[in-house]
Design a protein around this ligand. Sequence first.
Ligand SMILES: Cc1cc2nc3c(=O)[nH]c(=O)nc-3n(C[C@H](O)[C@H](O)[C@H](O)COP(=O)(O)O)c2cc1C
Length: 371
Amino acid sequence: MSNKLFTPIKIKNIELPNRTMRSATWDATADEYGAVTNESVKIYRDLGKGNIGLIVTGHAYVSHPLGQATPRQYGIYSDEMIPGLKKLVNAVHHGGDSKIAVQIAHAGINSGYLIEKGFKPLAVSSLPESKRPHHEMTEQDIQTTIKDFINAAVRAREAGFDAVQLHAAHGYLMSQFISPIYNNRSDEWGGDPDRRRQFHIEVVKGIRKAVGNDYPLFMKFGLMDDREGGMSLAQGIEVAQLLVALGVDFIEVSGGVGNVATYIKPGDIDRPVFRERAAALKRAVKVRVAAVNGIRSPQMAKEIIDSGDVDVISFSRPFIREPQFLSRWMNGDKNPASCISCNRCFPIVGRGEIMECGEDRRIREEAKAAK
Ligand SMILES: Cc1cc2nc3c(=O)[nH]c(=O)nc-3n(C[C@H](O)[C@H](O)[C@H](O)COP(=O)(O)O)c2cc1C
């Protein structure tokens, strides 16, 4: 029986070999300056052999040092990072016909890591109730950060990535700009929904101008905030429509403010958490849309694609445990990805240890203790 999930799909001017995607996943393999290491290359070599349509790298910070969110995160803040990033591109392209995009990001206030290192993160607005030390972005900070995003996208193209993905989700800087919870500025960057979008508009317009019309520009978008007083789904869809008109070519739907742990509940297995909101977006825009979060079985992935709700199915944690699970599915295996959504991969990377499945580590340690 043919399975549309494994048929090619065109996004802008690139063709993915199938409708699957590895969502951006920070792997804690970069060195202290954010440069790619041999451990990073090994991960992308494995993924490159995994029959994945599109692979997105872990978030890469656009500004040094204040854009960094997490330890051993990739950096894309300087031309010096380009040779290392090229190695990730080559690792994937030599492995098969997967495409690879780099995710570019800025932490804003959402960086416990920077605070530990003694820095004061940038905040869109001063937040008196926040326990995190921070300082409100000046006009100069905003202009510099927009330029940093634009320069990062140019570096993505220079490094040979098939596309660049803006990280506009999970409570990082772009989510903060768009959310009434984080943005209570009263100048041209905040104060009402139109002005809260201005940062996104300038970033997208600037990138388009710098990389030209042909280079694919993707976005992982927190389409709504899921918090009282936050951005609503209707507002999120309006923003997405505007950004598509300005040149965004593909949107992966995720959650807005609140860090990612808010959205991925331990034990969520085969519950497609963002399916409905992604389907609502797909009905409202002409570009391709992906859903991520909680999808684990080939039956669920196929059903979502066949329903037309979205165009691409995206996974993160399943590839940590089993980089090749799609090859099983392509060969007709009906067993879900072996990830049990326990979220124990998080504390591992959180300590700056190389990404690994927490359940596999537990099993290994128990076996060692039993010897
Ligand atoms: C260890 C880990 C690192 C992650 N790093 C990123 C990241 O760099 N950028 C991002 O947008 N999301 C990141 N995420 C979130 C995932 O991309 C994804 O949105 C989320 O895990 C839900 O999908 P899943 O159920 O298939 O895992 C990360 C998740 C995990 C578990």
